[in-house]
Write a protein of this length. Structure first.
Ligand code: GUN
Length: 298
């Protein structure tokens, strides 16, 4: 058997088309354009490339986009003042501070300074709390877990009553996706288990999973024989395992051996082209959502 491919690239395209229409309607009906600021501190090449893609996507959707680049010598106090400026700017609905930050700046302090109602990354403790409560409390879901859930829904995977096993317990992926899948609602109502480095029987847990979400950052951690035949496999791992001699680009591999796993799984995400492309789409969705909240609050 060969699994159906869940293409993040394709799903992202559909979501961005939907959002583009929403943005045009919002502008026509309310005169409001979603505003997103991306703050980049320093010159980390990977961060520069992520931020470029975020800006390009925002522009394509018709957002107001501000790219605020700061030297890596900026003080923590000045960065906090800058965030405060955008917190008070009514044309800005989303504030994103690209991580990592230089060592002399406390990430937590910076992320906590963002107005939770403009926190389109969904990293602020207030938004983590809202996620835990669920339902109408939720304003912004963190982008990678939101992208995973969207792929599960749009691939037609049944989640109600399903056994979901999440490999990895990070604050950005493992913990939030496990909570989201167990909530009441569409694409949820599942029984979730989080497994991690101290789990006694990793293999046994994985073998039970109707939906296996792997976010460990260890290439090939999940063995193909651990996959339940017909399961949906979501591979969040993006591991640089070498450099292509032909293109000079990084060779990326997931946490699952895709070629073997696709012969066992029912549905599977590739790496690259799986979860990765979804994250920016969900950031855009959160920014549109934030603009909608601002219109409702007028
Ligand atoms: N750095 C790498 N990924 C992310 C992300 O999703 N959000 C932010 N703010 N920084 C990142």
């Amino acid at each position: 058997m060969t699994a159906d491919l869940i293409s993040g690239t394709e799903i992202r395209k559909t979501i961005l088309e939907e959002l583009k229409k929403e943005v045009a309607d919002m502008k026509a009906q309310h005169g409001t354009v979603p505003g997103l600021v991306t703050i980049l501190v320093g010159e980390n090449p990977a961060s520069q490339s992520y931020v470029r893609l975020k800006i390009k996507t925002a522009e394509e959707l018709g957002f107001k986009e501000i790219q605020d680049n700061q030297a890596d010598t900026i003080s923590e106090a000045d960065l906090l003042t800058l965030i405060d400026k955008y917190n008070n700017d009514p044309e800005i609905h989303g504030i994103l501070v690209q991580l990592p930050l230089p060592d002399h700046i406390d990430d937590k302090k910076v992320l906590n300074a963002i107005d939770p109602d403009k926190d389109v990354d969904g990293f602020h403790p207030v938004n983590v709390g809202r996620l835990m409560i669920g339902g109408s409390e939720v304003k912004f879901l963190p982008c990678t877990p939101a992208g995973i859930q969207e792929m599960i829904i749009r691939s037609g995977t049944e989640t109600s009553g399903a056994e979901v096993v999440v490999v990895g317990r990070s604050n950005i992926v493992g913990k939030p996706i496990a909570v989201m899948m167990a909530q009441k609602g569409e694409g949820a109502n599942a029984t979730t288990t989080i497994v991690h480095t101290r789990t006694k029987d990793l293999e046994g847990h994985c073998k039970r999973a109707d939906i296996l979400i792997v976010a460990a950052g260890v290439p090939g951690l999940v063995k193909p024989e651990w996959i339940k035949p017909g399961a949906t496999v979501i591979d969040v791992g993006v591991n640089r395992v070498g450099t292509s001699e032909k293109t000079g680009k990084a060779i990326l591999k997931g946490d699952v051996d895709f070629d073997k796993a696709k012969e066992i799984a029912g549905k599977i995400t590739p790496v690259p082209g799986g979860v990765g492309p979804m994250t920016i789409a969900m950031l855009m969705k959160n920014t549109v959502q934030s603009a909608k909240f601002a219109i409702e609050a007028k």
